[in-house]
Design a protein around this ligand. Structure first.
Ligand code: NAI
Length: 386
């Protein structure tokens, strides 16, 4: 039973994770090297919990309890009595390794040491420990208190016991767990790549403008945000870096090739909402572009992105990155897709998926359109995912 939770790093993610654990009744110790970060984390929690009381989501007593469950500290040593620690500091392998080594010298032998990393290998982080079996990836999504999904990533070194305890703990924190293999992008950041990549490619080809592509995904596909709106929301710098990191981690597999359009936008400082301009203009009074309303075009756009997403999800299953159930849960709970991609594939039919991919491949002769062997096998045997 995990009672004492240590969080390392009190920024966006660390403070959100602290709130989740404290709300579930754990005693949380939040450590950051910068006093300013701790002050901000405390003030933000105060604001958020006050708002939750106003909205009657929690009682004033619950608010008090959440706040009292978190202790803010400025030395790593004060995490010594933790049953579980989750690290959410700067995304730098060497820095993380150093912190993990120091942490291991303070905590008990049974303490689980987890990282919230989005892009580093858990195996490499674990290798810094004397006992790497206690290390695991526990990857929350931003904002942690709101997003239901948590990817749990055992490294090759992780013990079964540590995986089981981590999984139960996160479920007790009222989150949906998807267990993922320790591979680049885990589930969500891998499977979601074509949502951005194929949208950018269609724009580059001149098939449609940003607004029309977004309109297709939202009005026909049922997605909450279109790819360009979402890239502007995430930030073109951040989104480009994730794509580039995944591309490199897959030894430059053309399927994940980043886009020059997005690179140029990031270089120009057109980062999206945070800079006031991205694919769209966010200046007050800016005129919103009007999308084309041609049903054939809108369906073509949606089908092309959808089949690429399905192919990525099928390939993740083929390569045992996660179970079919967890892959679908990851995309609906981690990035709010309207349906699980594998369930969507069943609905469209596997035959439709294979045919759509083969047509794209025939047209472009590009490797990014290669159909997953799993889809082809399933089609030959008339199988479905669920
Ligand atoms: P952030 O920049 O908001 O916060 C990082 C915090 O760590 C800062 O307060 C900083 O003072 C502190 N810090 C840096 N070095 C430290 C050290 N050696 N010891 C203690 N504290 C230290 O970063 P953010 O966005 O919270 O990300 C943290 C981690 O979570 C990264 O590994 C990132 O990849 C991962 N992540 C981020 C997501 C996001 O959307 N921002 C989503 C999921 C994972």
């Amino acid at each position: 039973m995990i009672k004492n939770v240590g969080i390392i790093g009190g920024g966006t993610m660390g403070s959100g994770i602290a709130q989740v654990a404290a709300t579930a009744g754990c005693m949380v110790t939040l450590f950051d090297v910068h006093q300013g970060a701790l002050d901000t984390a405390k003030a933000t929690l105060e604001k958020i919990t006050n708002r939750l009381v106003e909205k009657r989501r929690i009682t004033p007593q619950e608010k008090e309890a959440i706040q009292n469950n978190i202790r803010y500290v400025n030395t790593l040593k004060q995490l010594a009595n933790s049953d579980l620690t989750i690290e959410a500091i700067v995304e730098n392998l060497e820095v993380k390794k150093k912190v993990f080594q120091e942490l291991e010298s303070y905590v008990s032998d049974t303490c689980i040491i987890a990282s919230n990393t989005s892009s580093l290998s858990i195996a490499s982080i674990a290798s810094s420990l004397k006992n790497p079996e206690r290390c695991i990836g526990i990857h929350f999504f931003n904002p942690a208190p709101l997003m239901k999904l948590v990817e749990v990533i055992p490294a090759v070194q992780t013990s079964d016991q540590v995986l089981a305890t981590s999984q139960i703990t996160i479920e007790n924190w009222k989150k949906v767990v998807a267990v993922a293999k320790d591979t680049p992008g885990f589930i969500v950041n891998r499977v979601a790549r074509p949502f951005y990549g194929e949208a950018l490619k269609m724009y580059e080809e001149g098939l449609a403008d940003f607004a029309t592509i977004d309109h297709a995904l939202k009005s026909v596909g049922g997605f909450k945000m279109g790819p360009f709106e979402l890239m502007d929301f995430i930030g073109n710098d951040v989104n480009y870096t994730v794509t580039h990191t995944v591309f490199e981690a897959f030894y430059n597999d053309p399927r994940y090739k980043p886009s020059f359009t997005q690179k140029r936008f990031a270089e120009a400082g057109y980062l999206g909402r945070k800079s006031g301009k991205g694919f769209y203009d966010y200046a007050p009074g800016a005129i919103k572009p009007v999308p084309e309303d041609n049903p054939t075009l809108l369906n073509t756009i949606l089908d092309r992105i959808l089949v690429m997403l399905i192919n990525e999800a099928a390939d993740a299953l083929f390569l045992n990155i996660a179970s079919a159930k967890d892959i679908d849960a990851a995309m609906t709970k981690g990035v709010n897709y309207p349906k699980g991609l594998l369930a969507w594939a069943d609905e469209k039919s596997i035959d439709w998926c294979v045919d759509a991919l083969d047509r794209l491949y025939d047209e472009y002769h590009e490797d990014r359109y290669r159909c997953s062997p799993l889809l082809r096998r399933m089609n030959a045997k008339n199988q479905t995912f669920f």
